[in-house]
Design a protein around this ligand. Structure first.
Ligand code: 6PG
Length: 235
């Protein structure tokens, strides 16, 4: 049972949930562009959202004004853009067919000396667009979201929009992440959840049984939360 203000949508498999979520994002993007002249979207890292990125590039290249889209990342690993672990590097390679504008790509600058420097610069950039129209998130088997891990001090941040992480239990250890306050200001949060390994975390979040979980803390004040899950994760 999803808690109030959240919605669970279940699909046969990752491909089906990704196609449906891609359609929903494009529909939301068209409304945002009509109302505000742009669509501000934070992408998620990890493996799950890659199928959605492929679906956007393959199915929605010509049915949306991608030049009006500003891309952000809900978190990033502190590695070079061409590193195999780079969230921005992986997403942008998959989204290459879309006519995105270079000046509208707002990824943390991982060429700076320290994650703190990248977090401060990224926070300044995000603040110019905050609150975002939509944020994509994955969920870890431990219930983490972005680079906010269970019992981590970054979870308790109440002022900053972006912070550095030095000891992430999921490698690589150095990261930059949007904070709970930043994520909860989004107009819409979309969780992408696939596979039986996520079943327990999803159950704990949807039931509200474990409010300490990072994913349980994603409760946008005014925004919506949709969990896009496959059967493996949901049942
Ligand atoms: C990251 C992600 C992270 C991811 C979850 C799920 O940079 O690692 O932001 O939070 O979303 O760990 O990852 P998978 O989709 O690969 O299972």
């Amino acid at each position: 049972m999803a808690a109030a203000g959240t919605e669970l949508r279940v699909f046969d498999d990752l491909a089906a949930l990704s196609d449906a979520a891609a359609r929903a994002l494009v529909d939301a993007g068209k409304i945002a562009v009509a109302e505000r002249g742009r669509f501000t979207l934070a992408l998620a890292g990890g493996e799950t959202p890659k199928t959605l990125y492929r679906s956007l590039a393959a199915e929605h290249r010509d049915d949306f004004s991608w030049g009006d889209v500003h891309l952000f990342w809900s978190d990033e690993r502190f590695v070079p853009r061409d590193h195999p672990e780079s969230n921005a590097g992986a997403a942008l390679a998959l989204l290459r067919p879309l006519s995105l504008r270079e000046e509208n790509l707002h990824a943390p600058d991982t060429t700076l000396a320290r994650p703190e420097d990248a977090a401060h610069r990224y926070e300044d950039e995000l603040a110019r667009f905050h609150p975002l129209d939509a944020v994509l998130l994955g969920i870890g088997e431990d219930g983490h979201v972005a680079s906010l891990f269970p019992r981590a001090p970054e979870l308790e941040e109440t002022r900053r929009l972006v912070v550095a992480v030095h000891d992430a239990p999921k490698p690589p250890p150095e990261r930059i992440t949007m904070t709970i306050p930043a994520l909860n200001e989004a107009r819409a949060v979309h969780f992408l959840v696939s596979g039986s390994g996520k079943r327990e975390a999803l159950r704990r979040v949807l039931s509200g049984a474990d409010p300490s979980l990072p994913a349980s803390r994603i409760r946008p004040r005014e925004g919506t939360v949709i969990f896009w899950a496959d059967r493996e994760a949901a049942w």
